[in-house]
Design a protein around this ligand. Structure first.
Ligand SMILES: Cc1cc2nc3c(=O)[nH]c(=O)nc-3n(C[C@H](O)[C@H](O)[C@H](O)COP(=O)(O)OP(=O)(O)OC[C@H]3O[C@@H](n4cnc5c(N)ncnc54)[C@H](O)[C@@H]3O)c2cc1C
Length: 464
């Protein structure tokens, strides 16, 4: 008889008033006993609805059965068959809208904590086992991957396992994409990302950093150098702005710049080369995960008042419920049904306030969410000295502008078929570069799909 407790075994977390002053991980992970107790909640459904909710098709009931039996390493090996980055996914995947949303236990109570169990298994493996990674036998073919985010890393790993000579070209000085420059240390420790990347290197994947494709080298030159197929996983790192008066003032940041300074450049440490503006009152515009991350980072460097300014209500916030809850616990102030109209500056060109309007919700729009409408005459000034724009990002146009025959849609996202094949022969793409800003696991799923298609393309050429 399984454990019929309707609630998940809770995950220990750092105290909110302690953690909002440090960068250590917020959620502390299950102990082996807690993991086995939670695993016992799984009903082992024959039709495995949870697996259909996972973009990389992790064999969830199978790995959970191993956790229940205390065979954590076997559980890890099952996850690893389809997921190259389990310690990452266990931490940042929106399980509530994927695998856990399909869990039968979720009908009458809480779903099985699949994400927490995945994290436990991956962490247990890292702490107790030594990876014995063997390089696959070379198949004599050479492929290039652009971008070392989850899409590129997954594609590279899968191709290396098939015997390809794989080189990743990454624009930044470190591999990992958003996992290292965007998601903060307190949600995803960088040491974990590094270990997952080291495992890919052990498979034979080469990573060349500081290589901006489209500037240092173009895709045509990669083909000239003997790469037979190219995967573009360059993400969607170009921040959107609202075009408000005052956006050029000192103290206005995109969330991407703010978070990159924090995460990649360690701006929270004293004496680093890339410091961060020390504000007293900061407003983050937007209600997604990126906005929550920026707000929680700002709080941690001592910004006294941190506001999330969002034009709809708490019910429509697009961020994960857990992130919103953590932000609230840490003292972030939510100013919902509020929209900025102008940023006010002082005589030295620094932000000194933000004029806002109050909003109300009308009928649902094409996204299904209720449309925010300005309340006439509701203008007021919010006293701030820093504003962080977090209203979405788009793919950088550099690669498509420098590659003949590579089509993009009106949002600048590369056009592909369902296997990642672009309009340019031999070039495949996936992740945020194709979908626009999405999720880690979707990017990984796309990288996997494209690796299969690239393999078929190259092997097909062999047969001709
Ligand atoms: C702050 C933040 C928090 C997030 N939180 C979550 C979360 O909790 N859960 C979740 O599932 N998703 C989250 N996301 C979204 C998720 O991180 C992305 O969907 C995912 O990283 C996309 O992967 P990718 O490989 O397509 O692109 P990226 O991770 O963006 O990687 C693209 C890589 O390509 C490189 N690159 C770009 N242009 C070039 C070029 N011309 N030449 C060479 N290299 C290039 C970039 O430097 C980067 O390293 C978050 C995103 C952000 C910004």
């Amino acid at each position: 008889m399984p454990n019929m407790n309707p609630k998940k075994v809770s995950m220990p977390v750092q105290d909110p008033q302690v953690r909002n002053h440090n960068f250590d991980e917020v959620a502390l992970g299950y102990t082996p006993e807690q993991a086995m107790e939670e695993a016992d909640r799984c009903l082992q459904c024959k039709h495995k609805p949870c697996v259909n909710g996972c973009p990389v098709r992790v064999q969830i009931p199978e790995f959970i059965a191993k956790v229940k039996a205390g065979d954590f390493e076997e559980a890890y090996q099952i996850i690893k068959e389809t997921n190259a980055l389990p310690a990452v996914c266990g931490r940042v995947c929106p399980q509530e809208s994927q695998c856990e949303q399909k869990c039968v236990r979720g009908i009458k109570g809480e779903a099985v904590a699949i994400g927490r169990l995945e994290r436990f298994v991956a962490d247990y493996h890292m702490a107790h086992e030594k990876d014995d990674i063997k390089k696959a036998k070379s198949n004599g073919h050479k492929v290039a991957v652009i971008g070392a985010g989850p899409a590129g890393l997954t594609c590279a790993g899968d191709l290396a396992k098939k015997g390809y000579d794989v080189t990743i070209f990454e624009a930044l000085h470190e591999a990992g994409g958003v996992l290292v420059y965007g998601i903060p240390e307190f949600r995803l420790p960088k040491a974990i990302v590094k270990k997952e990347i080291d495992a890919l290197k052990a498979l034979g994947v080469k990573i060349e950093t500081d290589m901006v494709i489209g500037k240092v080298l173009e895709i045509d030159e990669l083909f000239d150098q003997g790469y037979e197929s190219v995967f573009v996983g360059s993400g969607a790192g170009l921040p959107n702005f609202m075009g408000l008066p005052g956006e050029n003032l000192n103290g206005v940041f995109s969330a991407n710049e703010f978070l990159t300074r924090f995460n990649l450049m360690k701006a929270y440490q004293e004496g680093v080369d890339t410091p961060i503006f020390k504000a007293k009152k900061a407003a983050i515009i937007g209600g997604g995960n990126v906005a929550m991350d920026a707000a929680r980072c700002a709080k941690r460097i001592g910004v006294e008042e941190v506001y999330i300014v969002y034009r709809r209500s708490m019910n429509e916030l697009p961020a994960r419920a857990e992130e919103v809850e953590h932000a609230e616990e840490e003292g972030i102030i939510f100013k919902t049904l509020t929209n900025p109209v102008k940023i006010l500056g002082d005589e030295n060109g620094y932000v000194k306030g933000m004029e806002c309007v109050e909003m109300e919700l009308g009928e649902p729009d094409e996204s299904g969410r209720r449309r925010p409408i300005v309340k006439e005459g509701s203008n007021f000034v919010l006293d701030i000295d820093c504003m962080i724009m977090s209203i979405g990002t788009s793919p950088n146009p550099l690669i498509r502008q420098t590659t003949k025959g590579l089509d993009a849609n009106k949002w600048g996202c590369l056009v592909t078929d369902e296997h990642g094949k672009t309009t340019r022969e031999g070039v495949y793409a996936g992740g945020d570069a194709v979908t626009g800003a999405a999720t880690v696991i979707l990017a990984m799923g796309a990288g996997k799909e494209a690796a299969e298609a690239m393999d078929a393309y190259i092997q097909g050429k062999d047969k001709n």
